[in-house]
Design a protein around this ligand. Structure first.
Ligand code: ADP
Ligand code: MG
Length: 682
């Protein structure tokens, strides 16, 4: 690892700024990829400027710039024109620019176009000579995630210095493999991701780097898999009569798919190796009850189990459901506790004690379950719900005292099955491919914002029938420059439209207790309309809610939209989903149409894949999967497939990386395997 301070222009002060971004070495800096790229486009005519867009015009200055001072603000204004019109340009607190703007001179002005009194104006544009701009046109300027005191230009300068060092990259893939799959070299890829000359270069760079992330990931999980297959379980179990009985006493009959999946899990738990199984099933397919059966089996065998949910709201809901089940069915050996980040100190101490001495044996919570302070007596089974929010290695970390527990992962991430096999290569897969029979398929519609009045009257109808309604917005409050519905304003609107209907608002900036109270009130039917951000996205189960109305639907990925829709259609009543788009962009509408015509998460994933293709570079990554810097399973399916095939070929060719051509690759994978805390930060 080379220190940052070896670079020109980086002293201890800048070094500490970089440290805030998690960059502590030159190697880190190289992997600190731009979050997006600013493209300098060809200048347009003044008449063509579109408010809200970032654009450039070539224009001459028609009047001497005027400098005014208002209180302690200096305002510099001038007018520029081309043959199609005039534009007013303003700079704040930049009096020195006055000297640089020569009346009659021709400049390229570039910035975000604003609108005042119906006219396009420029506030604070950059400007250069047309010749200088011509050199920049069509290049992509990297924009980095920043902290106060660092700008993109200084990050870029530092990266450029590292890239000049010939030692910065050591190609770890054999030349033949690169050629076979049309991948660029690593050095070229790193240069291309930071400083792409054009979109093709960027695409090629990204493809190589995503391939690397997937390849190492797949190799890693396959080696992990090898390891677990050789292991003997420290938590042997027997099938139990109580679980069998519970199947018959539940208020509903398990679907065939649920029953089959339960049998697979039961057999795993009664086997000789630690279980590593994924239960994949669309939203509403009934995965929770399967998890509870497994927890019951662990308890009956005298062991502890833990169920980790991605949000507090969801953890609490699981806990309440399990408690209700335990009480109704008199499952006296299951003793649930709830442990959250927000659990108060005294209660927390009590719960930790119960976990440590084994008096609590079905522990439900969030990440808080696996902090170092939580010591289990006999943690035999770990269930993670909706695991797309968690990393693979968190599971590894659960092998407390070197005794790996059985692990069960519940996921509704709708990725095409053929990819699932690769992506979840360290797990056996069970699929719950059937919805409980009584369900009526959800009725969908895709509309634009002119349908707000109709939607409101539909809300009124549902309320009239005693049902409840979700209204989802992408933002919490109004945000400048972003044209998207927000919870605060929509809540106000709902309050004034339905003054007598109890409704509430939910978003991520509220305190944990407040969120819980809101969710509990909605679950209990005390409130009828819930205006929320996507915090309700995963898992929440309120069967009386029958209408899901999603505003600015184009702002969400299809997977998220499908999850949101999965919040309704959970009971016996006909349910509805309104996808309301804020923009009439044909691409977006086409994507939303996929949802309109299918309620099947896997089918949606397949179609979304086909529609998007690999070349989609807008906003480098969306999935937020902490395992990868660039790669996104919901987008880079083709590259994942390629990496999967490559990994299989390498391992069957040369399972121990003995061949010199795989030496560097082998070294890389082994170091990842040893590093307990790997997030696949390559
Ligand atoms: P998910 O797979 O999305 O986690 P849940 O486990 O939350 O789904 O189940 C959705 C709803 O369906 C719950 O209210 C649950 O009680 C109910 N449910 C589960 N299995 C069945 C079944 N076999 N028949 C009828 N209802 C069921
Ligand atoms: Mg669930």
């Amino acid at each position: 690892m080379k220190k940052l301070t070896e670079l020109k222009g980086i002293g201890p002060k800048t070094e500490s700024l970089f440290a805030k971004l998690g960059i502590t070495s030159q190697e880190d800096l190289l992997r600190y990829y731009p979050v997006h790229y600013d493209a300098c486009e060809e200048p347009v005519k003044i008449a063509e400027l579109i408010p809200g867009a970032k654009m450039a015009v070539t224009a001459h200055i028609v009047s001497r710039p005027v400098l005014r001072t208002v209180r302690n603000l200096t305002i510099l204004t001038c007018e520029a024109a081309d043959e199609t019109g005039k534009i007013r340009i303003t700079w704040f607190n930049a009096p020195f620019l006055a000297k640089q703007l020569i009346p009659g001179g021709v400049y390229v002005f570039r910035g975000t176009v604003s609108e005042r009194k119906g006219r396009a104006v420029f506030d604070h544009p950059e400007f250069t000579s047309p010749a200088a701009y011509a050199e920049k046109v069509n290049t992509l300027v990297p924009v980095y995630g920043l902290t106060k005191g660092l700008n993109s230009r200084s990050v870029g300068r530092a990266v450029a210095q590292v890239l000049k060092d010939p030692a910065f990259s050591e190609e770890f893939l054999p030349e033949s493999l690169l050629r076979l799959h049309g991948l660029v070299g690593e050095a070229e890829a790193l240069r291309g991701i930071h400083f792409p000359e054009n979109a093709e270069v960027l695409e090629a760079a990204r493809r190589r780097l995503v391939f690397d992330e997937f390849l190492l990931f797949v190799l890693l999980i396959r080696l992990l898999r090898r390891k677990t297959e050789e292991e003997k379980t420290a938590f042997p179990m027997e099938k139990t009569w109580e679980a069998e009985e519970l199947l018959h006493r539940l208020p509903f009959r398990l679907t065939n798919a649920q029953l089959r999946v339960w049998r697979e899990i039961e057999a795993d738990l009664a086997g000789t190796h630690p279980m590593a199984r994924l239960v994949q099933g669309d939203v509403g397919s009934g995965k929770t009850v399967i998890a509870f059966l497994a927890m019951l089996m662990a308890a009956e065998n005298g062991w502890q189990s833990a169920l980790m949910a991605p949000t507090e709201v969801l953890a609490k809901q699981h806990y309440e459901k399990l408690c209700a089940l335990v009480e109704e069915q008199q499952l006296s050996r299951v003793r649930p506790v709830l442990l959250l980040g927000s659990t108060k100190a005294a209660e927390r101490r009590r719960i930790l004690q119960e976990i440590a001495d084994g008096s609590a044996n079905a522990v439900i919570g969030t990440h808080a379950l696996f902090q170092n302070s939580v010591v289990y007596r006999d943690l035999a089974l770990v269930i993670t719900d909706e695991q797309h929010r968690f990393g693979v290695h968190q599971r590894e970390a659960l092998a407390q005292k070197g005794r790996p527990p059985h692990s069960l992962v519940m996921s509704a991430t709708p990725i095409p099955r053929t990819l699932g096999v690769i992506y979840y290569g360290d797990l056996d897969i069970s699929v719950v491919d059937e919805l409980p029979a009584k369900r009526l398929p959800i009725r969908n519609c895709v509309v634009d914002e002119s349908f707000v009045p109709q939607a409101l009257s539909f809300v009124r109808r549902q309320l009239g029938e005693g049902r409840q309604v979700y209204l989802i917005c992408p933002m919490i409050e109004e945000s400048e420059g972003l044209d998207a519905a927000n919870v605060t304003d929509e809540y106000k609107r709902i309050r004034s439209e339905f003054p007598d209907v109890p409704c509430s608002m939910l978003h991520g900036r509220m305190k944990a207790e407040e969120k819980e109270r809101v969710m509990a009130d909605f679950s209990a039917g005390k409130t009828k309309i819930l205006v929320s951000t996507t915090v309700v996205e995963v898992g929440v189960d309120v069967p009386n809610a029958t209408l899901m109305w999603i505003r600015s639907a184009e702002r969400f990925g299809l997977a998220a939209l499908h999850q949101l829709r999965g919040r309704v259609g959970r009971g016996e009543h006909q349910s509805y989903c309104i996808f309301m788009a804020g923009q009439k962009n044909p691409e977006t509408l086409k994507r939303l149409e996929i949802l309109n015509h299918s309620n099947d998460g896997f089918e949606i994933a397949e179609k979304d894949f086909a529609l998007r293709g690999p070349g989609d570079l807008t906003g480098i990554r969306q999935s937020g999967d902490a395992r990868f810097r660039l790669a996104d399973v919901t987008k880079d399916g083709e590259i994942l497939r390629l990496a999967g095939e490559t990994a299989a070929a390498v391992l069957s060719d040369d399972p121990c990386f003995a061949d010199p051509q795989y030496e560097l690759l082998g070294r890389k994978v082994r170091s990842l395997l040893e590093d307990e805390d790997t997030s696949l930060a390559l």
